[in-house]
Design a protein around this ligand. Structure first.
Ligand code: NAD
Length: 118
């Protein structure tokens, strides 16, 4: 069975490092970012959306085994944007917390909730 991992913030620095490490046969990476994702590979799906868009996140979480949550504002931004993107727990509301194998996060809105599959 194909395994699917959702990576948020997939165009960012950490995700760019992590993507090749997560890739393996039988696994699809679903890459979500508000910015365009450069050079997706054959086993990568792209979703251009905000982690603050609950409907888009719900769709992105469909059929997902695990979530690596790296999407967020890592530099200075207006308080309201920080609140919406980094503080509100949109991902959990969208079902990311119910991914079949768990959610790991470096983004500031939540703590790691599970282990990634080997
Ligand atoms: N780099 C570090 O050492 C470090 C350490 C601790 C925590 N973090 C956190 O880990 C996360 C990733 O870090 P990074 O260094 O890759 O940051 P980064 O800024 O390079 O990448 C963040 C990505 O999130 C995307 N993003 C921003 N707002 C978004 C939104 N509303 N919806 C979807 N995507 C959005 C950006 O487009 C960007 O591609 C950040 O939340 C950061 O605060 C990073």
């Amino acid at each position: 069975m194909t395994q699917r991992i959702l990576v948020t913030g997939a165009a960012g620095g950490l995700a760019t490092l992590v993507r090749p490490l997560l890739a393996c046969p039988g696994r699809v990476l679903r890459l979500l970012d508000i910015a365009p994702i450069p050079a997706p590979g054959p086993a990568e799906e792209t979703v251009q959306a905000s982690v603050a868009d609950l409907d888009a996140l719900r769709t992105a979480c469909t059929q997902v085994d695990a979530v690596v949550h790296l999407g967020g504002l890592s530099t200075e931004h207006p308080g309201e944007q920080i609140l919406d993107v980094n503080i509100k727990r949109h991902l959990l509301g969208a079902g990311g917390g119910e991914a079949r194998r768990g959610t790991a996060s470096a983004a500031r809105e939540q703590q790691p909730r599970g282990r990634l599959p080997p």
